[in-house]
Design a protein around this ligand. Structure first.
Ligand code: WTA
Length: 657
């Protein structure tokens, strides 16, 4: 009898998530892929029915009538928080540890699924008592904390769409986002602790709310992290614990439509302001769960640790939703890898017996640098024997860092899953599978079953293996972002451009498939998006911030390779006044750098600022960025410069260092 991979694993429709979804061999991988190819909708339908709890089952699978605004399982109803919490209370896992939290200073607390559920319910009831309800929007501006996850889950429980803003963004960036989503409530903390330092948080919210157009915000709810002195606006501000206190431990989970917006997360594109990437409820959750199982081969006894911040998509999918819906025990860490010393990550792995460790190449590279430099602190001094799987995310991992990670952290025993994905894709797209695919350093290997990836040329035609091109996904999948908040047209033109025929999802990354194996290797962004320490930054955003300074007439920003941060930001600036001499240049550069820090956030500060009388432009006035990239890297200019209006400028813009 023919059997599908589902039947082989005995997955029954309607059964709980205890069913082990794993891809135990390459044969199984290809069988899953074949199943998806032969019956695409049926493939997704089976998982959606089996893995999610529905209060109203769906009858429609995929609706493509308004492409590229695809809808999945649209007439079904469910609740994300119910799926992440209540289901574990019902299946005997109530006392399983959900989160083990380690603070900056090293204090450890933990909460079971039962306790997390109660905490979420009390806070959700508190939000309700303030008049918040389904359809409202909340901005969450919080440090890494269990309370941050509670805030997200409580919003999801009531059908409130959240927008988490990384707590390193400036008041101006925060303001831009809360105005765009028309937030009714901001959930924040008094202060945050990172690397032994206390940093303001609530003060930044106050500053953002002091700017124009933020009157939609009625309440500011403050998690008491440090107890430090903060300004208080009576009537508007409330402590999070006071909002929750006395509230019942249970709160009905509001059933929402499968397509109900779960969250908006802002990310940088190649032009204009950051885009509010909006995700759905069911499709997003389904993929969060499937990838937890497939990519991480999650088992009931695993201790999972994702080092991302909840302010980025990785912290959404692989902290706030994925591990919870999968019923995992996870570690959450408040601070930075280098405090009190560069052994902190290894110490956490050792003491919490982490078995799956998921981090970013930039963290690995900085730890390589510190451990190899002084040799005082090295992973070999720690007991890392609990590890069985390593993951990498956010940027290409260079083979050298991959090998070090594999050798010194994974002791050549743990596979590395190099997961390629994006804010817009909701979850992993292309990744090695821990139990099956052979590993090639620096390659993301193969798309997960159900993900139809291809490499095409500028006209949308597939290129042969071995030839570089653009990475596209040829069919919509459930966790694809639904739109850009308040700008659907930008969604269409950014991700489904007419030049490629209007049907292919354009990732914005270059890619090449291996000639023999067909494995995918991502070669980096093909647009003006920079990737600094795994953080996406638009060059135009930084340019706009620079020209907003009264000293600056014109600015162009490019990335250059950096041994630790992957890319570093290099800015070429023309001042309104004369080009400064060496001493003034250093002072003005420092001033502009902190200006950008205030305008966007410290992560956007240029590492290198150079001044010129002008920028290299063509006769028609277009800035020649490729020349700037060579200059930024300190390379000799070998390109054709005949189109250049002002060749002498190149000499001026060379690094003086
Ligand atoms: C890059 C982060 C190579 C890529 C999850 C993508 C990667 C952007 C990888 C998305 C990887 C992410 N290998 N490049 N494993 N993972 N990228 O939206 O350029 O913050 O387009 O999502 O990061 O960044 P985002």
């Amino acid at each position: 009898m023919d059997s599908t991979p589902h039947q082989e694993q005995g997955i029954q429709p309607g059964s709980d998530t205890d069913v082990a979804i794993s891809i135990p061999s390459m044969e199984a991988y290809y069988a899953f892929c074949k199943e998806a190819e032969e019956d695409y909708e049926g493939f997704w339908e089976r998982y959606a029915r089996q893995l999610l709890h529905w209060t109203q089952p769906f009858t429609k699978v995929l609706n493509e009538s308004d492409a590229p605004f695809y809808k999945w399982f649209e007439d079904g109803k469910l609740n994300a928080s119910y799926n992440c919490l209540d289901r574990h209370l019902l299946n005997g896992n109530a006392d399983k540890i959900a989160i083990r939290f380690e603070s900056d200073r090293g204090e450890v607390t933990h909460c079971s699924y039962r306790e997390l559920h109660a905490q979420v319910c009390r806070f959700a009831n508190g939000l309700k008592s303030l008049g918040l309800k389904k359809g409202d929007r909340a901005v969450i501006y919080m440090p890494m904390s269990v309370e941050g996850v509670v805030a997200m889950q409580a919003c999801a429980r009531l059908g409130i769409m959240h927008s988490v803003v990384f707590a390193g963004f400036s008041a101006k960036s925060l303001h831009e986002r809360l105005v765009d989503v028309e937030a009714k409530v901001v959930i924040t903390a008094d202060e945050q602790m990172r690397g032994g330092r206390i940093l303001p948080v609530k003060a930044i919210v106050d500053e953002a709310l002091g700017l124009a157009d933020s009157q939609t915000v009625e309440n500011v709810i403050v998690y008491r992290r440090t107890g430090g002195d903060i300004a208080w606006t009576p009537g508007r501000d409330r402590w999070m614990d006071e909002v929750s206190i006395g509230q019942p431990d249970s709160c009905p989970a509001e059933p929402v439509s499968a397509e109900h917006p779960l969250f908006v997360l802002y990310t940088s594109g190649s032009t204009g302001k950051p885009k509010g990437v909006q995700h759905s409820t069911a499709g997003y959750l389904l993929w969060a769960l499937m990838t937890m199982r497939w990519t991480f081969d999650l088992k009931p006894d695993d201790v999972f640790w994702c080092t991302a911040d909840i302010g980025w998509v990785t912290g959404h999918t692989y902290i706030a939703y994925g591990p919870l819906i999968a019923g995992a025990t996870q570690v959450m860490y408040e601070g930075v890898p280098s405090y009190p010393n560069s052994g902190r990550f290894w110490d956490i792995i050792q003491s919490h017996k982490v078995s799956i460790f998921y981090t970013a190449p930039t963290a690995i590279r900085s730890l390589i640098k510190s451990s190899e430099a002084d040799g005082q602190i090295h992973p070999r001094q720690y007991d890392l024997s609990s590890l069985r799987l390593l993951g990498s995310v956010g940027e290409p991992i260079n083979p050298e860092a991959w090998r070090w990670y594999h050798k010194h952290v994974g002791k050549e025993r743990c596979p590395i899953v190099d997961t390629f994905w994006q804010t817009e894709t909701g979850g992993h797209m292309i990744t090695p599978l821990p139990v099956t695919t052979p590993l090639v350093p620096g390659s993301c290997m193969l798309p997960l079953p159900g993900i139809m990836a291809a490499v095409v040329d500028e006209a949308g035609h597939e290129v042969p293996n071995g030839q570089a091109g653009l990475l596209v996904i040829t069919r919509p999948w459930p966790s694809l972002a639904r739109t850009i908040w308040r700008d659907p047209e930008r969604f269409r033109t950014s991700y489904f451009p007419q030049a490629l025929g209007g049907k292919l999802y354009l990732a914005g990354d270059g890619c090449v498939r291996d000639k023999e194996t067909g494995y995918f290797t991502i070669t980096g962004r093909v647009d003006d998006v920079l990737n600094v320490s795994g953080h996406r930054m638009g060059s135009t955003e930084i340019e706009s911030a620079l020209v907003a300074n009264s000293l600056v007439a014109e600015a162009a920003v490019v990335g250059r390779p950096d041994a630790v941060t992957g890319e570093a930001i290099c800015a070429f600036v023309v001042l309104k006044g004369p080009r400064p001499g060496a001493e003034d240049a250093a002072r003005i550069a420092a001033e502009l750098s902190s200006w950008v820090g205030r305008e966007i956030g410290p992560i956007a500060k240029p590492k290198d600022i150079r001044f010129g009388d002008n920028l290299p432009k063509t006769r028609s006035g277009k800035i020649m960025r490729r020349l700037l990239r060579s200059l930024a890297e300190g390379k000799e200019i070998t390109q054709d410069t005949s189109a250049l209006e002002n060749p002498a400028i190149l000499e001026q813009l060379k690094s003086t260092k």
